[in-house]
Design a binder for this molecule. Structure first.
Ligand code: UN1
Length: 508
């Protein structure tokens, strides 16, 4: 781990003035970052005090005066350089993500790749922040819409994607002309600091004020300062539905804008017309990838009754092949959960399955002993349940897969939709009618609906987010950029008369 810290000139991970970054961390209180891989204390980060926070906002506001006035394509050029810098650090940063968060090295690298991809997207976007023009109903009038930056964008991100989800927000916000204040998860502050170093060096090289990119660290209290601050027009928050409800209400109370990307409870429907050779690996990756800690993880499997037994057998066999262990070792498929609280939640969910009358098909187990000293490694498990079990409607951030069967496609879609969350969903079928029905107005009610691919692993080019308790926000690609700007409708009269709209006459 030393290499990336040295390479990024992070002399001390006690993130105060000694790092050469902004001197905003005057506090004494430290935030500990333990790796779930081996329980090592890998960083102690100074918590942001309220006074520090005020300074950060002032600094960001000042930076906005410069940044918001730089032409968007020029901002895009700076984001392009950021993308180049992340290419340079991909190997180290990917490893650090894997070590601090516990996801597999491949997934850690994949996360950095998402940063690079969104940089590329944002560069193109910087020349395409289009507004519409419309024909005025009045003669000698011109009418159009234009987009202006909002100002400060607050980004609250979660531990499970410690860097990628921040970048979906930050890179888009930056080309739009906003400045960002990022509150990373208190469980993964070190990767965030590494990103901040990379960004700061690019800003410096371009003589751009550092206040364009800011980090504040701490627990929910820090998030609350941000959410209730009228100087922060947009809060983009990723995390649990519980957190999102608090953030959403706080931001709404001050008439701010929020963009929420919260819990999922994602299902895959496997119909009798599915190609099981692609369905089975998709299910396994979706359910055990990132140890079931993606908001897009596959949690529910809705299987046609005619193939239920064979799918079950194949899955049990596949789960026997899984190697659980140090995620930095590329031979392993599954790393640890983030911390002991997550292990408790895994145990509690399995207990609830038993209490509601479900049956474990692949047993749950907390792994201990050699290589598992952190106590955060758990076995991915499979439970046979009924769709109406309470636990099945709840998102547990762990590798627990719920199996249930159905007889008609309408019933399968009802089961898929009958949960409070609405992020991602998939159907495996080679039957065109089934696929189109799943994508129709009567089909999946989720923000993401896939055919013959799993629920996770979305590309950055599409708008990412979901409905219902998932919060309704859309981040990343497509026209998600519009959330980071304010729209202004302009009407210009270049004539000598003052005709009124709607045919109204007002004679003086
Ligand atoms: C998340 O878990 O918050 O689609 C984001 C995926 C990733 C992003 C997940 N690209 O699985």
């Amino acid at each position: 781990m030393q290499t990336i810290l040295e390479k990024l000139n992070i002399k001390s991970v006690n993130f105060g003035t000694s790092t050469g970054l902004q001197a905003w961390s005057s506090g004494e209180e430290l935030l500990d970052s333990f790796s779930p891989v081996d329980n090592q204390l890998i960083a102690q980060v100074t918590k942001t005090t309220f006074q520090d926070y005020q300074q950060v906002v002032e600094k960001a506001n000042d930076a906005f005066k410069t940044w918001g006035n730089i032409p968007a394509p020029r901002r895009g050029e700076i984001v392009r350089q950021m993308g180049m810098a992340f290419r340079e650090y991909k190997a180290e940063l990917g490893k650090l993500v894997s070590y601090e968060m516990g996801k597999s090295l491949q997934e850690g690298l994949g996360e950095v790749q998402e940063i690079i991809d969104i940089c590329d997207f944002a560069v193109g976007l910087s020349r395409q922040l289009y507004g519409l023009t419309m024909h005025s109903e009045r003669p000698e009038h011109r009418m159009y819409e234009q987009y202006h930056p909002l100002g400060i964008v607050g980004i609250i991100s979660a531990f499970n994607f410690p860097v990628a989800v921040w970048s979906w927000n930050a890179m888009i916000a930056w080309v739009c002309g906003d400045v960002c204040i990022w509150k990373p998860s208190e469980k993964t502050p070190l990767t965030a600091i590494a990103c901040q170093h990379i960004i700061t060096s690019v800003l410096k090289e371009n003589n751009i004020p550092e206040g364009v990119s800011n980090i504040i660290t701490g627990d929910y209290q820090v998030g609350e300062w941000l959410s209730s601050d009228t100087r922060v027009p947009l809060i983009s928050a990723t995390g649990s539905t519980r957190m999102g409800k608090i953030v959403g209400a706080t931001v709404a109370a001050r008439m701010g804008k929020s963009l929420l990307e919260l819990g999922g409870n994602n299902a895959i429907i496997i119909t009798e017309n599915a190609d099981l050779n692609i369905a089975i690996p998709a299910v396994v990756f979706g359910a055990v990838g990132t140890a079931g800690q993606r908001c897009t993880s596959t949690r529910r499997l809705i299987i046609h009754e005619s193939i239920y037994e064979s799918v079950k057998e194949r899955l049990i066999k596949a789960y026997q092949q899984l190697r659980i262990g140090n995620p930095l070792d590329e031979n392993n498929h599954v790393g640890p959960l983030i911390d002991s609280k997550a292990v408790e939640a895994y145990n509690a969910a399995v207990e609830a399955v038993h209490q509601e009358g479900g049956k474990m098909l692949v047993d749950a187990e907390v792994l201990l002993g050699d290589g598992y000293e952190s106590g955060c490694y758990v076995k991915p498990c499979i439970a046979e349940v009924k769709p109406d079990f309470r636990i099945v409607k709840h998102e547990t951030f762990a590798p627990i897969l719920y199996l249930m069967s159905y007889s008609t496609i309408e019933e399968a879609i009802d089961i898929q939709n009958d949960v409070p969350q609405g992020l991602s969903s998939s159907i495996f079928t080679l039957n065109m009618r089934e696929a189109e029905m799943f994508l129709s107005v009567n089909g999946s009610d989720c923000g993401i609906a896939n055919v013959n691919i799993g629920t996770s692993g979305a590309e950055i080019g599409g708008a990412f987010g979901g409905e219902k308790e998932t919060g309704g926000g859309r981040e990343s690609g497509s026209d998600a950029w519009k959330a980071y700007m304010r729209r202004q409708t302009n009407t210009i009269n270049y004539g000598k008369q003052l005709p009124l709209a709607q045919g109204i006459k007002f004679n003086l």
